[in-house]
Design a protein around this ligand. Structure first.
Ligand code: NAD
Ligand code: MG
Length: 399
């Protein structure tokens, strides 16, 4: 095989054992001449990580704790693999900033993903971001860090990736200037409506975690699947879009589109709307980000519009799904309100998955936590983490 060194990237994949992580490795496996893997990271699933190390031969693997690290280390030695093992949150930040990798794909779920994503931005990496919670928690700080250190931030979340693809190329040269200067009138995020789109308020009272995690169109991790069902995911994505595209909240709209064929749209001042369409498979936005501005095969099945036949659109129902409106409320409140909402939601979703909270309880806990902690500063990372911790305690108390 002839390798073009100028086109060879080296990747740190944060959260390699998750849904986005596995999809990323599936794309990387198609392009061994374009991507080497420097580091893979997982939280507890050391056996899955061991299998990934055997296949991709990273220099470094990181897990959450010492016990998993010891087991992974033993497995690697037994298999004759030279991957070095580290554990803990500081090691995640180190691999994210390590000079050996030029590209970091951030696919850890939740607030735990913020420190390593920020470390990658500080190191000026090409940062491919799936971990939307990082931007929700610390959007202003995050975008400042990206700009100050000359990092390249590419959205992996399918809606934001679709918007990025529907913007002029000039946007990417100066993202901090915002989309308004490119004649954009509105960013439209599409939402599948989640597992309970057609459920009545009464039916929502008794839905189970198993029902919530069975998403109609996308196969995803448990937390984001529950967020999709509550429309909190769309709310988090509104906040994510506000920062990625420097667009004020009134420029961001949400349209429910049950088929998930259109992954989002950009409306321009001249009446044009540009949409990105495709099969609902994360390998497409992942490949787009991995190879941008080039195009390379992702392994995704071609979309047949003949099979799709029709597309439907609805207004989101914020009465049955109040979490979407809470995201706009948090943006209006400013400061650390979005970090408070994100933390409350992580606690509430975990409680729902453990059977300690009803499904409508998620929106209640989120709303009450936001109301209890309305004004918290977000001008430093310490302030953001303080708001996060306070919100977790308040949410736990409310459950
Ligand atoms: P997942 O639960 O399938 O995987 C999460 C990954 O993070 C795993 O590798 C896990 O080991 C790791 N992890 C979890 N807790 C950790 C911790 N405390 N410290 C270090 N690592 C930890 O999640 P997912 O569905 O792949 O989603 C990952 C992120 O991407 C989320 O922020 C989600 O919102 C976003 N996202 C996912 C999809 C999707 O299709 N799954 C689509 C768009 C955006
Ligand atoms: Mg999304």
């Amino acid at each position: 095989m002839v390798t073009d060194m100028a086109n060879l990237h080296t990747l740190t994949l944060l959260g390699s054992t998750g849904s986005v992580g596995e999809s990323t490795l599936a794309v990387v496996a198609l392009h061994p001449e374009r991507y080497r893997v420097f580091a893979l990271t997982a939280h507890r699933q050391w056996e899955k990580l061991l299998a990934q190390c055997a296949r991709f031969h990273p220099q470094v693997a990181v897990v959450g704790e010492a016990e998993a690290a010891a087991k992974l280390q033993a497995g690697l030695r037994a298999a004759g693999l030279a991957t070095e093992v580290f554990y803990g949150a500081a090691a995640l930040c180190q691999v994210a900033a390590a000079p050996e990798a030029d590209t970091v794909l951030a696919a850890i779920v939740g607030a735990a993903g913020l420190p390593p994503a920020l470390a990658a931005a500080e190191a000026g990496k090409r940062l491919l971001l799936a971990n939307k919670e990082a931007l929700v928690m610390a959007g202003a700080l995050f975008m400042e860090t990206v700009a100050r250190h000359g990092a390249t931030l590419l959205p992996v979340d399918s809606e934001h990736n679709a918007i990025f693809q529907s913007l002029p190329a000039a946007f990417a040269a100066q993202p901090q200037a915002g989309v308004a200067r490119h004649g954009v009138k509105k960013l439209w995020l599409t939402a599948s409506g989640g597992a309970f789109r057609c459920f009545s308020a009464a039916e929502l009272e008794t839905v189970t975690p198993e029902q919530a995690v069975s998403h109609p169109n996308w196969s995803m991790g448990r937390k984001i699947s529950v967020d999709s069902a509550s429309l909190m995911n769309k709310g988090l994505e509104v906040i994510e879009a506000r920062w990625l595209f420097n667009a004020p909240p009134e420029m961001i709209g949400v349209v429910v589109h049950p088929q998930s064929v259109i992954h989002s749209l950009v409306e321009y001042v001249d009446g044009t709307q540009l949409a990105q369409l495709g099969t609902a498979d994360m390998r497409a936005p992942i490949a787009h980000a991995l190879f941008w501005p080039e195009r390379q095969p992702s392994g995704v099945k071609s979309l047949s519009l003949f099979d799709v036949a029709r597309l439907d659109f609805e207004r989101p129902d914020t009465r049955r799904f109040p979490c979407l409106q809470l995201a706009f409320d948090a943006l209006a409140a400013g400061g650390a309100a979005a970090a408070v909402l994100n933390a409350a939601n992580e606690v509430a979703v975990a409680a729902f998955l453990e059977g300690r909270l009803s499904f409508p309880g998620i929106a209640r806990v989120n709303a009450e936590t936001l109301a209890a902690l309305p004004q918290r500063p977000a001008d430093t990372l310490e302030a953001v983490w303080a708001a996060d911790a306070e919100a977790r305690r308040e949410a736990e108390r409310l459950i």
